[in-house]
Design a protein around this ligand. Structure first.
Ligand SMILES: Cc1cc2nc3c(=O)[nH]c(=O)nc-3n(C[C@H](O)[C@H](O)[C@H](O)COP(=O)(O)OP(=O)(O)OC[C@H]3O[C@@H](n4cnc5c(N)ncnc54)[C@H](O)[C@@H]3O)c2cc1C
Length: 474
């Protein structure tokens, strides 16, 4: 007998929450899950899935254009945005329904309501009902940052709204230069919008390998995206037929939409966590240990709300590990190393492991193998686009530390390369692997010539602090 209504109450039916609820129920726990918006969460409803559908839509433009080089005659292209939005909506509704059915099949009680935390073992629902829970899992995800905080900010949209615009913006300004910004710049440019990016930094995609960042930036510029680096909006005002944006450079841009893509914050505001004694970090993320447990014994958190790595597969893995640990008798921690990632611009970026800069900070000797080439398809299509590949190697042990690819299929390659890197593959293993020909990926196993070596000068007795020593470029 127990005094609690449920063994586990999950707040938020997104990637992490749904997985945790289903697995915990499978281990025999009595589970309830609350969702205030739509089952499936950010990834399914207004993140990865609809975005990838829009990426596919945008890439048809390149295919139609390229086809001529291969002998095809394509009638005039025309694109219908409302048709794409409606098709996208059908697909995410189908997926959301599957998530709901799977939860119900697993025996999880679905509650369509906002939930807040009253104390370490009590949940309050939107209608005021209270439920006792032995364990609470916070899986409330993240929410777009509404910055910069400038006059007229309320006229801007975020990624939450962009998927369902009634009309496709002819002219769009995206503020920010992270992966969401560049992905939407690439999508809308191909669909026919005139896109500009304004950002505080001097390049796109902070945190990715520098050469790949430049490659993405150059590809966007080549497609006609206007870049306003080191300049942010100071004011947005309504004008006839659109919006006028004033930039710190003094420039004014007249557009139809402004999209803020300046980051995402953990979704903890008003959730009652502080009231329950849960410690949050400076950006509001729930601080958890390796097993996703907060400082309050009965409260756990997984996914974006913990601000570890904001990716769907991470949220899913953390949710699964939590359920196995707490309800399955199998203590499991998630390994956050060697996580492959992708940026779905066109061309796309796939990466796993350390960037060149990170490797040079971490290792005494770093070898870089780099290739940039025109893919075979481009020879007949006439496209100027280049494929770039970079392998970052520990020069002392020959272990591959990171691989970075900009080009068609890069995301798919990153997935497979992550297995090799996880297994500790050496550059010699890449070299010993037979190529698949003719592919772009064969370059990964045929790059024999080192393009650079960065070596920290060996510290002698007269140079006691090796950390201060210079890197010598070879
Ligand atoms: C535009 C965009 C593109 C992205 N693309 C990718 C990609 O290509 N690949 C990738 O891996 N990741 C991508 N992501 C990130 C990915 O969507 C998230 O990492 C993932 O969804 C996190 O899962 P989660 O379970 O932590 O939170 P979420 O999926 O956000 O789920 C949280 C859920 O909790 C609900 N909720 C919040 N508060 C409450 C409350 N008080 N009561 C009840 N319910 C509540 C929310 O409505 C939401 O449904 C993208 C994100 C965005 C915004």
């Amino acid at each position: 007998m127990t005094d609690f209504d449920v063994d586990l109450f999950v707040v938020g039916a997104g990637s992490g929450g749904v997985r945790a609820a289903r697995v915990a129920a499978g281990h025999g726990a009595r589970v309830a899950i609350a969702e205030e918006f739509r089952v499936g969460g950010t990834c399914v409803i207004r993140g990865c899935v609809p975005k990838k559908l829009m990426v596919y839509a945008s890439r048809f433009r390149d295919e139609f254009e390229d086809a001529a080089g291969f002998g095809w005659t394509i009638p005039e292209m025309a694109f219908d945005w409302p048709k794409l939005v409606a098709a996208k909506e059908r697909e995410i509704s189908r997926l959301s329904a599957i998530y709901r059915t799977n939860l119900e099949k697993a025996g999880v009680a679905m509650i369509d309501s906002r939930a807040e935390i009253e104390d370490p073992n009590t949940i309050i629902l939107g209608d005021g009902r209270r439920l006792g829970a032995k364990t609470i899992l916070v899986a409330t995800g993240g929410t777009p940052v509404l910055e910069p905080d400038i006059p007229g900010r309320e006229l801007a949209i975020t990624s939450n709204e962009v998927f369902d615009l009634a009309v496709m913006p002819q002219r769009l300004l995206i503020v920010g230069a992270g992966y969401i910004s560049v992905e939407f710049a690439s999508i809308f440019t191909r669909l026919g919008s005139k896109v500009a990016i304004a950002s505080r930094g001097e390049n796109v995609l902070r945190g990715f390998d520098d050469d790949m960042r430049c490659g993405v930036r150059d590809a966007l510029v080549e497609e006609g995206v206007e870049m306003h680096f080191s300049h942010l909006p100071t004011r947005i005002e309504k004008i006839d037929g659109g919006l006028r944006v004033h930039l710190t450079s003094g420039l004014q841009l007249d557009v139809n939409q402004v999209m803020l893509a300046t980051g995402r914050l953990p979704h903890t505001r008003g959730l009652g966590l502080e009231r329950a004694g849960v410690t949050l970090d400076s950006v509001g993320a729930v601080i958890v240990d390796d097993f996703s447990r907060s400082n309050v014994n009965s409260i756990y958190a997984v996914g974006d709300v913990t601000n570890r790595l904001q990716l769907t597969p991470i949220a899913i893995r953390e949710g699964h590990a939590f359920a196995d640990t707490v309800f399955g008798g199998k203590t499991t921690a998630v390994d956050h190393a060697h996580v492959p990632t992708a940026v779905f611009t066109t061309p796309e970026l796939g990466a796993v492991g350390l960037t060149e800069t990170q490797a040079r900070e971490a290792c005494d000797c770093v070898d870089v193998y780099q290739a940039s080439f025109r893919p075979l398809k481009a020879t007949l299509s006439g496209r100027t686009e280049k494929t770039m590949m970079k392998i970052v190697v520990d020069g002392r042990t020959d272990v591959v530390l990171g691989v970075h690819i900009l080009g068609e299929g890069a995301a798919e390659l990153a997935q497979v390369l992550a297995i090799a890197i996880r297994l500790g593959a050496k550059k010699a293993d890449f070299d010993a692997t037979i190529a698949v020909h003719p592919t772009s990926a064969e370059e990964l196993v045929t790059m024999r010539t080192r393009t650079a070596r960065f070596e920290r000068a060996i510290a002698g007795p007269e140079a006691p602090d090796a950390v201060d020593a210079e890197f010598l470029e070879g």
